[in-house]
Write a protein that binds this ligand. Sequence first.
Ligand SMILES: Cc1cc2nc3c(=O)[nH]c(=O)nc-3n(C[C@H](O)[C@H](O)[C@H](O)COP(=O)(O)OP(=O)(O)OC[C@H]3O[C@@H](n4cnc5c(N)ncnc54)[C@H](O)[C@@H]3O)c2cc1C
Length: 352
Amino acid sequence: VPELPENRNTEKVNGNIHTLFISGSDQESLICMEPVVDENFETNIPGLFLAGSIIEAPSIRVAANQGHRIANMIAKKKGSGPVEGGVMDLVIGGAGPAGLNAAFTAREHSLTFKIFDQYFMGATILAMPAGKIFDIHYKNVYDKPEGMLWYETSLAPKLHNKWVTQILGNNIEVNEHEAVRDVIVDRELGGFRITTTRGVYRSRCVLLAIGKSGYTRRLNVLGELQLHQAHRVHYKYRGDTRIHGKKILVIGGGNTATEAAIALSRTNDVTLSYRKKEFTRPSSKNLDSIKELEARGRIEILLNSNVLRYDKNKIVLYIDGKVVKREFDEYYVLIGYEIPMDFLRRIGVELR
Ligand SMILES: Cc1cc2nc3c(=O)[nH]c(=O)nc-3n(C[C@H](O)[C@H](O)[C@H](O)COP(=O)(O)OP(=O)(O)OC[C@H]3O[C@@H](n4cnc5c(N)ncnc54)[C@H](O)[C@@H]3O)c2cc1C
């Protein structure tokens, strides 16, 4: 892993470290790290705030209160920053309790803002086992409510319904299925440039309330989003044995990718593409299995192959120095997760 340069927060440097690859063992050490914020939840990058479980807020109420305080403070400072027209006051990444409550307070103060969620609002809460009751005294912490977010001890679907009603009632649009991927200080024009999976936005301040669950890595190549929306590019293989008779390209070189390729090859025509010259990450059991399947003509393996872009019905690969076009029905991109600490470090937030 390359050392991050001293001045990490410039466009150029951000551009350079965009492709930073973080190995599994490095991820383990990052999991133990925490982002550094001051008493106003501001990071070492002025105007970039963090709230909620990403900074160890123990409960929904504490996370929500932090979101409220941050939006309040941004409203108080409004107009003081070096910004030009067309720049929003605030971009909020994550529509959990912290992000949603920030959005309510931003609306109350008539701030211009957008709120994004990589999945949908309240995704973390709804992912918990059915029947889980969210307790306002969780971990024996009880903070007085600040801001508008409704929270009483309840089941997740009730919480979610209440929040949706509040969002609609306040005329707020949550950009769901749109993840924040990059945050860059715009030194020339002031404020930030925020890249999401769908576009680029400019804002005076940014609040990341992205929780601790992380996201699956994308290839970030042309045509990927469209094919993902058409359900032809997948980032998870859930062991579905009903998939059959398809031409499938599995991309990746770890255990997840090799295991998916092995399972899918039972009923499909599978090709496995890996960017390196040889596999080093899968377990010996998985390695033996794919080699055996390759020898029997059941799996095609493309080593030293990189995806350049997806065309409508073809994928463009760079294999051993040659550009090759191939056609598949579906693609499984299984190239790992980015934990939130990776993301924060990549954008230049100080961790300790
Ligand atoms: C097992 C368990 C039980 C719990 N029980 C309770 C309880 O009983 N009572 C209680 O008060 N608290 C409880 N909590 C804590 C509570 O879930 C958290 O405090 C709360 O969810 C934190 O809210 P948040 O907004 O910080 O993050 P989250 O709720 O995790 O929301 C973050 C949101 O950000 C989105 N996101 C992530 N990355 C991106 C990105 N790059 N771009 C855009 N969006 C992104 C996610 O999809 C998610 O919707 C529990 C937690 C756990 C793990």
